[in-house]
Design a protein around this ligand. Structure first.
Ligand code: ADP
Ligand code: ASP
Ligand code: MG
Length: 440
């Protein structure tokens, strides 16, 4: 069966009964599609809180939160369905998920169980939505993501397995039924329930789209496409109508929350267009991400928090060959990837976003020189065309930021982006100044 498109709806797009009902006209256009759903907004956060409480053995408080979330969902059921029969089965469905979660309060809690609890958000939203289509006599089926979505030992999608298994799942069902599946959740190499990290439903959509070689992947969210700056911190941001895979990947990696950082990789290889659309304004064309790029001087700005900088000083051997290899090997040993690197005659500075092994890395680096660690840093990434004469030296960027202390600058790694490290406390101001100077 040829699936033509993937339609992924995020948390706010399924965030309440009205929003869920509003999806019906969008998914009933007779094209063969897979609908990928996130959990209702706020649910994954609540489930994270519950698992945190269970970890810290705060069972009573966890139970209170579980019951309050259960109540919230019972209200959703009351408003979502119209017939008594469907309301009754809706309540039963909610109870089965919450009884399952509640069972974890009775035993010792482990890391594995955390993932099983977090998976409930997407399992519930997809079941509720499929039940809604059934009430409206619209043919649909659930494709359980846990039957085909799998990551390997490095946490990367196992494309071979996914393609084979989703194709097999699809063969089980009639061609005309709308296929619904869960975003975010998967199994790991041991077959345990796992996930694609926060915001991972976008990644699910692009992995599935790439596996099935669809014509288009649509990511439906609460804003009309990719904006030229982060609308959570800056007013008057503008939508960008076209982005290349490289530009979108760079912006998503450096903090543009509208897309999961890894979601461009699978589609870039298969050259599948991604369209970002607004469920609240479905007629708006949104943003189209393809292999081609419309070059303009400054296209967009994004910011990534939670960065730590490490500065290694070594007068003895810095510029000696083999020195950088030794530095990188330490990061590799702790499976920690580096975002930015800058070097000088006497030192090298690097940034990481994963601080799990920061102390161990710093300790090992001390064998090579003196080491300084600075946390609470933010990388600002500016995407544009830095080959033009005007932006060749990026004058507006440095004029815009002339009141902000710049900790590191990375320029030349790509002709399309420039990254700057600043203290997180200066982020909002920096983003606003950049909008003022670059997008006036
Ligand atoms: P969903 O739940 O649909 O996945 P997200 O909250 O993950 O939605 O992503 C959409 C949000 O991303 C927007 O509401 C907006 O606040 C935020 N965002 C951050 N940077 C950008 C950007 N450059 N363009 C558009 N939205 C952005
Ligand atoms: N529900 C998950 C989250 O909140 C995945 C997603 O929404 O994309 O992170
Ligand atoms: Mg998201």
């Amino acid at each position: 069966m040829n699936i033509v498109k993937i339609m992924k709806f995020g948390g706010t797009s399924v965030g309440n009964p009205e929003r869920m009902k509003a999806l019906i006209p969008l998914v009933t256009d007779n094209e063969k599609k897979i609908v990928v759903l996130s959990a209702m907004s706020g649910t994954t956060n609540s489930l994270v809180e519950i698992t945190d409480l269970l970890y810290s053995d705060n069972v009573n408080e966890a139970s209170v939160k579980i019951e309050s979330l259960r109540e919230k969902y019972h209200k959703v059921v009351d408003d979502l369905y119209t017939t008594e029969e469907f309301i009754k089965t809706g309540h039963e469905l909610i109870n089965s998920h919450f009884d399952y979660i509640n069972n974890f309060t009775l035993r010792v809690f482990t890391k594995l169980q955390e993932k099983a609890i977090l998976a409930q958000g997407e399992l519930i939203s997809t079941s509720l939505f499929q039940h809604l289509l059934k009430e409206k006599n619209i043919k649909s089926v659930l494709l359980p993501a846990l039957n085909f979505m799998r990551i390997d030992k490095d946490g990367e999608p196992d494309y071979f397995y996914i393609e084979e298994n989703i194709t097999r799942e699809l063969r089980k069902h009639p061609a005309d039924a709308i296929k619904i599946t869960q975003g975010f959740i998967c199994r790991n190499v041991y077959g345990e329930i796992d996930n694609l990290k926060r915001g991972g439903s976008d990644y699910s959509a692009s992995i599935i789209g790439a596996a099935l070689k669809v014509k288009e992947i649509q990511i439906w969210t609460d804003i009309s496409g990719f904006h030229n700056n982060d609308p959570r911190y800056v007013q008057d941001t503008k939508v960008i109508r076209e982005l290349s895979f490289d530009e979108a990947a760079e912006l998503a990696y450096f903090g543009a929350k509208i897309l999961h950082p890894s979601s461009v990789n699978p589609v870039r290889i298969k050259n599948i267009p991604v369209r970002l659309k607004n469920t609240m304004e479905p007629e708006d064309e949104g943003t189209l991400i393809t292999s081609s790029s419309v070059l303009i001087d400054y296209k967009a700005v994004a910011a990534k928090d939670g960065i730590s900088a490490l500065r290694i000083k070594s007068d003895r051997m810095l510029m000696a060959y083999g020195f950088l290899r030794k530095v990188f090997e330490i990061f590799e040993a702790y499976r920690t990837s580096i975002d930015m690197v800058t070097t000088s005659e006497v030192g090298v500075s690097l940034t990481v976003d994963n601080a799990e092994y920061l102390n161990e890395i710093a300790k090992d680096l001390k064998e090579l020189g003196t080491v300084e660690v600075e946390e609470n840093q933010t990388i600002i990434c500016i995407v544009g065309d830095f080959r033009t004469e005007k932006t060749g030296s990026a004058p507006e960027i440095f004029t815009a930021l002339n009141t902000i202390p710049l900790k590191m600058i990375s320029y030349g790694g790509s002709p399309h982006s420039l990254s700057i490290l600043i203290d997180t406390k200066n982020k909002t101001q920096a983003l606003r100044l950049l909008s003022k100077h670059l997008f006036k």
